[in-house]
Design a protein around this ligand. Structure first.
Ligand code: AMP
Ligand code: ZN
Ligand code: ZN
Length: 428
């Protein structure tokens, strides 16, 4: 009697196992299985890149998860600005990283990675998601992310690294996977990892080139290795994998450059983009700081001077940009049409860079060419859905929901989070 009961139970569990194995959608994790979020940052991956190039691992994630048409980056469509909005759920006017190297009137200084800016909290406003997690007793690990080197009131990610551009990608993957070998209480439940590769290659070669295809294949393989590593550790079903990029990319050429000093007397206007170590480069947008008279003079000269540029005074920029940080919002913004680049007539183009630049970003965030990639796969994402575009400031709330965190105030829209997650988030 006892034996046949055991046999029956063994057969029943076998049948259940077989059923689970046949079902193509993973079964939802049991309540005892604590959810994990792995956010993978793929710099410069245009929203349409995985349609144009072979990317089996990213496409597989999209098929078992959610891939909105594209993700709308924040303005300007630059790297630090966007990765930090993804981490904080804030627009740049609230987090302060309004470019890769903003100027601050109060500090009278320009942000610089070389001068320790990455670890100087005065540049980085808001509360990144890893700080929200740590303060609510969820461990986090960051294998690079702009803003992740900052201590917030004594709190940091449990594991974090100062940025090392040269660290081999495979080593990054191996280390992140090794975090998950720890015991359940010790391993992070929020992890980030970052790869510059597609951005680096497409700046040089341009998007829509075979080089872009090779770069997409390379990061796709890294994503595949991460998925495989989590699968091997039995963690994949409880993990929400979130693939994000920071912006798109558009082809540019030395033939399409505009020398601003040929159109206006820029004397007295401080333009951080033209004051760096290498002087004027080739820029999709520049920010000007100066006294009212100077700003008026330059605005009047530039406005209408060239139909491939737009000029904005402080207070007159599109509201949708959410860009005018109190101490950092520029007095004047000059923005090129996608594909055109701003420079000065005496800029030095004798070397390989920036003369060899064939791709750029930083243009109006609402232009489709700047559209970023988002793919979410795991418990909070419905399978195989392709909702319309959404804004990157909503990602923080998705992660908070996935981990059951009480979110800090953000610019994210819970209704949008519900739309993208098919109603699974925000959870109460
Ligand atoms: P961009 O100039 O906008 O194309 O920025 C891309 C570059 O930002 C990459 O090539 C990286 O070298 C750099 N970068 C990305 N993340 C970080 C970070 N956390 N700290 C310092 N530099 C970074
Ligand atoms: Zn970038
Ligand atoms: Zn870039």
């Amino acid at each position: 009697m006892r034996d046949s009961n055991l046999l029956f139970r063994a057969l029943a569990s076998l049948a259940l196992l077989a059923l689970t194995a046949c079902a193509h959608t993973p079964s939802p994790p049991a309540a005892s299985e604590e959810p994990i979020v792995l956010m993978i940052g793929l710099d410069g991956l245009r929203f349409d890149a995985i349609d144009r190039w072979d990317a089996p691992n990213l496409r597989a994630l999209a098929a078992r998860g959610t891939r909105p048409d594209h993700m709308i980056p924040v303005m300007p469509s630059k790297t630090f600005t966007n990765f930090y909005s993804l981490a904080t759920g804030l627009y740049p006017d609230r987090h302060g990283m309004i470019s890769n190297a903003p100027y601050d009137r109060r500090f009278d200084a320009v942000y610089s990675n070389r001068e320790g800016g990455a670890q100087d909290p005065r540049w980085w406003g808001g509360e990144p998601i890893w700080i929200t997690a740590e303060t609510q007793n969820i461990r986090s690990g960051t294998m690079f992310w702009p803003g992740s080197e900052i201590e917030h009131d004594g709190v940091r990610p449990s594991i974090w690294h100062a940025y090392v551009h040269e660290m081999p990608y495979e080593d990054r993957v191996a280390e992140v996977l090794s975090w998950f070998d720890a015991s359940a209480g010790q391993r992070p439940r929020l992890a980030t990892i970052y790869f510059d590769h597609v951005d680096t290659i497409t700046h040089r070669a341009g998007p829509f080139t075979p080089e872009e295809g090779e770069a997409v294949a390379r990061v796709d393989a890294l994503v595949g290795a991460l998925v495989e590593g989590l699968t091997r550790r039995g963690l994949i079903e409880r993990t929400n994998i979130i693939i994000v990029s920071d912006h798109g990319m558009v082809p540019v050429s030395m033939e399409r450059r505009i020398a601003l000093d040929a159109l206006a007397d820029l004397d007295g206007l401080f333009i951080p983009e033209f004051a760096g170590r290498y002087g004027a480069g080739l820029e999709p947008l520049v920010m000007g700081y100066g006294d009212g008279e100077i700003v008026d003079r330059v605005y009047t000269a530039l406005n209408g001077a060239d139909d491939r540029i737009s000029v904005y005074r402080r207070g007159a920029m599109p509201d949708a940009w959410h860009f005018d940080h109190p101490d950092r919002g520029p007095d004047l913004l000059v923005l090129a049409e996608p594909g055109w680049l701003l420079t000065l007539s005496d800029a030095d183009f004798s070397g390989p860079w920036p003369a060899g630049m064939h791709g750029a970003h930083g243009y109006d965030n609402r232009d489709e060419s700047m559209g970023a990639t988002f793919i979410g796969a795991g418990p909070i994402f419905p399978a195989g859905t392709r909702p319309a575009a959404f804004e990157s400031v909503d990602v923080y709330l998705m992660i908070a929901c996935a981990l059951g965190l009480d979110p800090a105030p953000t610019d994210g829209d819970p209704a949008e989070v519900a739309r993208i997650t098919g109603g699974r988030c925000p959870a109460n």
